[in-house]
Design a protein around this ligand. Structure first.
Ligand SMILES: [Zn+2]
Length: 429
């Protein structure tokens, strides 16, 4: 079996408390040895010098929209896979709100067969809670699970019908999978397009209040409490949501939560630009929300960072704020943007960021062979150059879409190499 040695590199693996110079030996598809010391290059067929760089576990994204089937003009499994590797993600969970939605085992099997043909990250699939995402009848949960669904969600919509949500949470309690909730009560925002607050009122934009999130989270938590199912709250945006989650968790409710890079980076101040590239759902809120999210990420109350990578065409995203679709790209810039704007200025430790992008999401998904650098685990690795810089230009992105407010900015932190199951898959040949 082929042996690759990566030496004289800074190992950072928060799950094991590894943080210092060391080396990693890959044998075949797995990690053979990991040590905070040098290893003999004679042991290996390939030797990589990691001087001045970090070696991280491959990143895991809980939340990406890869748009296939039905939205191939925005993204495909192939372009999404490339974008993921460019951003250091070696495992990605694709959301099921495609056209048609992933609510049937046959479709899920076909998509998984497509993924096996791609040489790239491990793309996993969440399946729909309700048939056709209609919120009316439960999908074939167990058949979908047998076909490989790693989680269930009607992402894009909250499951309004409490009985339906109760049912899926009962399955979750019995079978252990996470239920990912886009917790947002639509009756509380209707045609809303921006955070409900002084800025949206001044501009006359229909608002999406914080209560649309907290009301939904409260109901979901109560159902999780009663059923014992595993609830994961997607893209938390409002400060008040955190206290609900923390209280429930303290009382033993099985709940985790994620935050997106865009909710950590920006606020509704961007409404002044009128640029719909910033239009996301849930919306960017106020400074106190952003500060609470950052604090909760620092303290681990928000376990994971998930991109909510949501590609849209330039045509759609350069129309009026009122009609443009919701969403921002995330896969290619998550690590370097958070490194640049949070870690480098001292607002977040690198170790906590890496944990939120590796072992935390792996644990939420119940993936037992990744997210940390342990012998025997999949050799999913990222070589990260903290000092180098790159410009986010249209020609530097692999996604089919370009809807990121970071276009034209220079970010610190460059992903130099990525290995998936022991094979170097980035840079692309
Ligand atoms: Zn969502």
């Amino acid at each position: 079996m082929k042996r690759t040695l990566i030496r004289q590199v800074h190992l950072l693996d928060p799950a094991q408390g590894l943080d210092g110079p060391g080396s990693v030996l890959i044998e075949g598809t797995r990690l053979h040895s990991v040590a905070l010391e040098d290893m003999d290059p004679a042991e290996a067929d390939v030797v990589v010098d990691g001087e001045g760089k970090y070696l991280l576990p491959g990143l895991v994204d809980l939340h990406a929209h890869l748009r296939e089937p039905g939205g191939e003009v925005k993204e495909t499994l192939d372009s999404g896979a490339k974008a993921a590797l460019h951003g250091g993600f070696t495992t990605v969970v694709a959301m099921p709100n495609t056209d048609p939605p992933v609510d049937r085992p046959e479709l899920l099997r076909a998509l998984r067969a497509r993924v096996r043909m791609l040489k790239g990250p491990d793309i996993l699939f969440a399946a729909c809670i309700s048939q056709g995402r209609s919120g009316k009848a439960l999908s074939e949960i167990l058949l979908l699970r047998d076909a490989g669904a790693v989680a269930f969600t009607d992402d894009g919509d909250w499951v309004r019908d409490g009985h339906l949500f109760y049912q899926v949470m009962t399955y979750s309690a019995a079978f252990g999978f996470p239920v990912l909730s886009h917790a947002q009560d639509p009756s509380l925002y209707r045609e809303g397009v921006a955070h409900e607050g002084p800025r949206s009122r001044k501009l006359g934009l229909p608002g999406i209040p914080r209560s649309s999130e907290t009301v939904a989270v409260f109901r979901d938590l109560e159902i999780a409490r009663e059923t014992g199912g595993y609830l994961h709250i997607q893209h938390v945006s409002a400060a008040e949501t955190l206290s609900l989650i923390q209280d429930a968790r303290a009382q033993g409710v099985r709940v985790t939560a994620e935050v997106t890079p865009h909710h950590l980076l920006w606020t509704d101040e961007v409404l002044e630009t009128f640029d719909p590239v910033y239009k996301v759902n849930p919306p960017l809120r106020e400074e106190r929300d952003r500060e609470t999210l950052r604090q909760a990420l620092r303290e681990g109350h928000l376990e994971a960072v998930a991109t909510d990578h949501a590609p849209h065409t330039t045509f759609e995203k350069t129309t009026d704020w009122l009609v443009a679709p919701f969403g921002i790209l995330g896969l290619e810039t998550a690590l370097s943007s958070l490194w640049t704007y949070l870690v480098k200025p001292g607002l977040l430790s690198f170790s906590r960021l890496v944990e939120a992008l590796t072992s935390a999401p792996a644990r939420i998904l119940g993936l037992k062979d990744r997210g940390t650098l342990r012998p025997g685990y999949r050799a999913d690795l990222v070589l990260f150059d903290p000092e180098a810089q790159w410009e986010v230009l249209p020609e530097n992105l692999y996604s089919r879409s370009r809807n990121t407010p970071l276009l034209g900015t220079t970010l610190s932190g460059v992903i130099r190499r990525v290995w998936v199951a022991g094979e170097e898959v980035f840079p692309f040949p």
